[in-house]
Design a protein around this ligand. Structure first.
Ligand code: GLU
Length: 283
């Protein structure tokens, strides 16, 4: 068996729709072509939005599509202590800082920034006495990656690149220079759960030996900071294959928040998995 490992990593915060089916089928077909492995990972760290029925539907819908995966699927919520360990390492190296700001305060700070429409947040730790006072008062905080500290640790981001075998939203392909500064000081641990998406996803890709990350173009921009985390931890960099996003008849991409027709609805409406695979052009 070749050393090709890819994964489909849905979040159980809604039912799967055509876009998910396309992504899962694409990754699955790539693993088959390469004689490699296909993993399913349930990214259920958003404890307020995840729901057991959405998770159950992931297994059911993927099986309906005709996909097989290695079991048991990794469920991120069962590994919070591992992510906390990784976060602790970053803390010990001075690469993260506590952020007590509320969403509203951050929006206001960004609004005051000299560049106007700046969307990224960069800050730093509070003065020690102020931080101690807030900790004492039991105020909640998130952990943010310090781009300034990360840049110093790596002596600049110039040599940070990733291989894109698919295509980013602007046709990016080939060796791409990672530009984590575009994302600002991202949150690596949310106030409520103690971890956040970028940390969990890179930790798991490394732990599971994922060699190829195959996912939608909507996550292309996330790769910049994910590549930075891999470099900081000394984890291998997977190859990326971002794929186009499916669009519906209205020309808009399918998304949970627009109530895109779910796979369950398609199935209930009499669609067969074979017909859907044909429609999506992946078999
Ligand atoms: N869990 C993420 C999502 O559902 C995908 C993570 C990834 O593929 O990197 O959007």
């Amino acid at each position: 068996m070749s050393r090709f490992i890819t994964r489909f990593a849905p979040s159980p915060t809604g039912y799967l729709h055509r876009g998910h089916a396309f992504s899962a089928l694409t990754a699955h077909a790539a693993a088959r072509t390469a004689g490699g492995r296909f993993l399913l990972r349930v990214e259920d760290i958003d404890l307020t939005r995840r729901r057991p029925e959405f998770e159950a539907a992931i297994y059911e819908d993927l099986a309906w599509l005709g996909l097989g995966w290695e079991t048991p699927a990794r469920r991120q919520s069962e590994h919070l202590a591992d992510y906390a360990g990784a976060l602790g390492e970053l803390e010990a190296r001075g690469l993260i800082y506590r952020c007590f700001r509320t969403r509203k305060e951050i929006a206001e700070e960004i609004g005051r920034a000299p560049h106007g429409a700046m969307e990224v947040f960069r800050g730093g730790p509070l003065p020690a006495a102020e931080e101690a006072r807030r900790l004492e008062a039991g105020e909640a905080f998130a952990w943010r990656l310090s781009l300034t500290a990360a840049e110093a640790a790596l002596e600049g981001f110039e040599r940070l690149t990733f291989a894109e075998e698919g295509e980013g939203p602007n046709g990016e392909h080939g060796a791409i220079r990672a530009r984590p500064e575009l994302g600002g000081d991202v949150v690596l641990a949310r106030k409520d759960v103690g971890v956040a998406y970028h940390l969990a996803v890179t930790f798991d890709d490394a732990l599971q030996g994922v060699t190829h990350v195959i996912r939608g173009q909507d996550l292309f921009e996330a790769t910049h900071v994910q590549r930075l985390l891999q470099a900081l931890f000394g984890w291998p960099a997977p190859t990326y294959r971002h794929h186009r996003l499916l669009t519906g008849p209205d020309g808009k991409r399918y998304a949970k928040r627009d109530r895109a027709e779910t796979l369950r609805e398609l199935k209930a409406g009499g669609m067969t998995a074979a017909a859907l695979r044909r429609e999506l052009g992946v078999d």
